[in-house]
Design a binder for this molecule. Sequence first.
Ligand code: UGA
Length: 430
Amino acid sequence: MQIAVVGAGYVGLVISLGFSKMGNKVICIDKNSRIINTLKKGIPTIYENGLAEMLIDCQLNRNLCFANDLKDAVEKTDIIFIVVNTPTKSNWETDLSQIYEVIDELSKIIESYKIIVIKSTVPVGTQKCIEKRLIKNGLSRQKFDIVSNPEFLREGTALEDFLHGDRFVIGSDSEKAKKVMKKLYSSFGIEIVFTTPETAELIKYSSNAFLATKISFINEIANLCNKVGANIDTIAYSMGLDKRISPEFLKAGIGFGGACLPKDIKSLAKVGDRYGCDLDIVKSVIAVNEKQKTIPVKILLDKYNDLKGKNITILGLAYKPNTDDIREAPSLYIIKELLKRGAIINCYDPGVSSDIKRIYPQITYCDDIYTSLTGSFCAIICTEWNEISALELNQVKNNMKIPMIIDGRNTLDLEKVKNSGITYYSIGRG
Ligand code: UGA
């Protein structure tokens, strides 16, 4: 099939590669010429497992090309995926301006029937607003159908998740569009759920909110474990053996970050407010998560009272391992609070991006994990990269001024830590 993907960001690029790998012809468009020119050269613009090889393969097979010109791409294709950013505003509402910008452009250039697929995460009711806007812009109703097709990709395993995920969700009022989407997705061999636009839009938010709920729930229990001397790892493991609960997303820590969970759960709470339906659980999940990231600084203040001039090491900056993404990462909050109190910060992250260097130019970015620990009063683990989990504890102890670790991701081996002579704090491991 002939597909246009508007937006060459994280999801746009992954689905462009996935669809072309499945034998479709894809034109991926972005108005950012720097991104498009980089991708044309076969250079990845994001850090993602298996992406570099697939980018070259798909371009060599002539199934994938990158372009700036939306009009040309729309003329050549039948299905237009919109995959632009939908960030959260400070009042937790979703900023749909990038979607509407594309919709307004499409209104001017669509000449024959197209299926417009909304892949960006948008609040419930958006598909209907888009339909009204296209008509108001003068586009004949016969020339388009709209489909909501949310994504469930995780950073780090996005290609795998797209090609071998758990489900595709197709929300549309048009039988014709549903038939085309079925044809597009049936070759993946994955269950397809067909439903209404509103249900599809809400499936995405409910899924992310439920994952976030599991995390905040286990974090609350972990905090209680610290008080009563119980072990959260064993609790989560035992809970996970119950098939109704599942072991996934029960890892306690300093809270969830990233471009999706925090944004989507706030947006869902806001939608609830708008419809006069107070989403109490959802709001509590956000509150617990905010509290969770304050734990390391509280432990430090209990111990040292004054952090002025003290060297503190941050191990891991990304919001999760195997990505260079720092959006909403708990590390950002912790660094801000430590700097406010006059601490001197060294950090180490194997995938560190230049974004954080722009945010915090005043801290030291080390290339070596053990160098980052030299002379430190405490190391705070914010991301469970393999290299951090495998720390050689003797060397850690020798390098640090005061051997103390706050393991914000419960990633170090508890038995090894017990015999290491390091003062160790965790999130609910007793
Ligand atoms: C999340 C969802 O998992 C995807 O299904 C969804 O498609 C995506 O958002 C999206 O909406 O685009 P992602 O943001 O890549 O994916 O990251 P996750 O693997 O979900 O992790 C999110 C955060 O939760 C990380 O900070 C991670 O450290 C934390 N987490 C995760 C925990 O603290 N405990 C856990 O048990 C699992």
